[in-house]
Structure formats: structure tokens, C-alpha cells
Design a protein. Structure first.
Length: 276
């Protein structure tokens, strides 16, 4: 039997982008793109060990009570797996240690940060050192953004890219760090993969609405030192075909594939080369 790239998209308790994420995984070449309710994982009927690529989709986990994705982060960190001596977090840490891939989008990124999975300085995936909080505008932001890619970043998802155009839709997307030293370490290690910028992709910007939330240093996406664990506020799964582009009827030169698909294809290619 040919080896398969197996991706998992977790749903439940308020996610609303799981189908789009699974579609992006399939379009990128993953043979398996299962959408699984978190209850199935906690019941022990599905295990993270059986997959290569974990996707934490966007939405409004638990109504964002306690702050965006905080309740969901607590559930993943502490909830036991039925019939087992381990928690779901134990499976997740083992998944990461095995060299597999995790990507969180919007609410999924918020969850990762609040669990301590990002930026994971020094390889510490358990300690929270940053957060995502209310936009400076004081309102929900639903708009398209230009994103500058750090070419020196270890991120495997953005290999070969210099800039990308993706939509955001969030009320709590402002990236903040616990202390200045955390930001210094993120920047020096090139872990701030994506930064909000203007249409020329030339330089990060704090100007609203190009930077829709006032995020520190214009940070829109972060990875860990391995480049395999990645989270971002913009939605790559929402731009995988030219008709998703807001000006597709006017810009006839747009390619058939949307820019967001590039991130998923890089992930699938990495799995084929390194994990199968």
C-alpha cells in the first residue's frame, strides 16, 4: 500500500472553518483529511498518533469565554483520554516530539499561544509567554491583509514565499508578549514568520487598517524554532482558489490557485520527504 499523508482537522465547541481547512489539505495533496470532533479524541476512539499533520481551525471556541480560545486551551492541556492514563496534551506533545506538523489558524493560533505551543522558546511547549488580545480598533476586523514573509524564518510552511495576501476575521488578533525579552528572542530567531505590510510587501507596518489589530511589531504569524509548529491570524484556507479573491472578477490574470494553498502544499511536501 502506498504511504499516505494523513491530516487531521479538529472540530467541536465553536469551530467553523474545519471544512475549508480539510479541503485545503486535500487540494494540497493529502490523501487523508479527517474532520474529527474533539470528543472523539477524548473518548479514545481517534488518536493523534495516527496522523502527520494536525490542523486547529478557526472559529469561536467555547464562545471565547475567558478570552479567545482560553477555555479550549485549558481543555486540551488537562482533559484526560478515556480508558487511558494520559491526557490529550500528552498525545499532542508526543506528536510534536515525533517531528510532525501542527498549524493553527485564527482561533487555532490563539489556542496554541495560550497553551504555550508558540512561540515555544527554548523548546518549551508548556509555558505561555505571549497572548492574542482585543484589536486596537475595538471591533471585529473582517478584511484582506498583505503579509510579508521573513525569508530567514525556519518555517516550513512559507518556504519559497516573500509575500502573501490573505483575509482576517477576528476580534482578538493583537499579538502581545509577556516581557520585552520574549519579543527579542522571537525576532532574533526569526520566529515572527508573517508581518502585516502594504501591497508592495516591502516592510512591516503598524498603520491601520494595513495592520488590522495593532499587533506588536506587526506580527501576524509565529512558528517555533523547528519551523514545524506554526500559527497565524489570517486564514489561508479561505484563499485556495482564484474565485476566493475579493477582486477575482476584475483581475483576470489571477492564477487558478489561491495563495493560501501554498502553505498547505509546503506542509504536505515536507511530510512526503521527511516523515513517510
Amino acid at each position: 500500500m502506498a504511504k499516505e499523508v494523513r491530516s487531521l482537522v479538529i472540530t467541536g465547541n465553536g469551530t467553523n472553518c474545519e471544512r475549508e481547512v480539510a479541503n485545503a489539505c486535500r487540494l494540497a495533496g493529502a490523501e487523508v483529511a479527517d474532520i474529527v470532533h474533539i470528543a472523539e479524541l477524548l473518548a479514545g476512539r481517534v488518536r493523534l498518533d495516527d496522523y502527520h499533520f494536525l490542523n486547529l481551525a478557526g472559529g469561536f471556541l467555547d464562545g471565547d469565554d475567558l478570552g479567545s480560545a482560553k477555555a479550549g486551551a485549558n481543555r486540551l492541556r488537562h482533559a484526560p483520554v478515556k480508558g487511558s492514563a494520559e491526557s490529550l496534551a500528552d498525545q499532542l506533545y508526543r506528536f510534536i516530539e515525533a517531528g510532525k506538523l501542527v498549524m493553527g489558524v485564527c482561533n487555532g493560533f490563539q489556542l496554541m499561544v495560550k497553551m504555550g505551543l508558540l512561540p515555544a522558546l527554548g523548546g518549551d511547549f508548556r509555558t505561555q509567554t505571549a497572548t492574542l488580545t482585543h484589536n486596537d480598533s475595538g471591533r471585529f476586523e473582517d478584511r484582506w491583509t498583505y503579509l510579508k514573509v521573513d525569508p530567514a524564518s525556519p518555517c516550513i510552511y512559507t518556504r519559497g514565499l516573500t509575500g502573501i495576501y490573505l483575509p482576517v476575521r477576528h476580534g482578538e488578533g493583537k499579538f502581545l508578549v509577556r516581557e520585552p525579552q520574549v519579543l527579542e528572542r522571537i525576532e532574533s530567531a526569526h520566529l515572527a514568520v508573517l508581518k502585516y505590510c502594504a501591497a508592495d510587501y516591502a516592510a512591516p507596518t503598524m498603520e491601520y487598517p494595513l495592520n488590522p489589530n495593532g499587533s506588536t511589531n506587526a506580527i501576524a504569524g509565529v512558528c517555533d524554532a523547528s519551523g514545524r509548529i506554526f500559527g497565524l491570524m489570517p486564514h489561508p484556507e479561505a484563499y485556495v482558489h482564484r474565485t476566493h479573491h475579493p477582486r477575482w472578477t476584475r483581475e483576470e490574470e489571477l492564477p487558478e490557485e489561491g495563495m493560501g494553498l501554498w502553505l498547505y502544499r509546503n506542509a504536505v511536501d515536507f511530510i512526503r520527504k521527511e516523515l513517510l
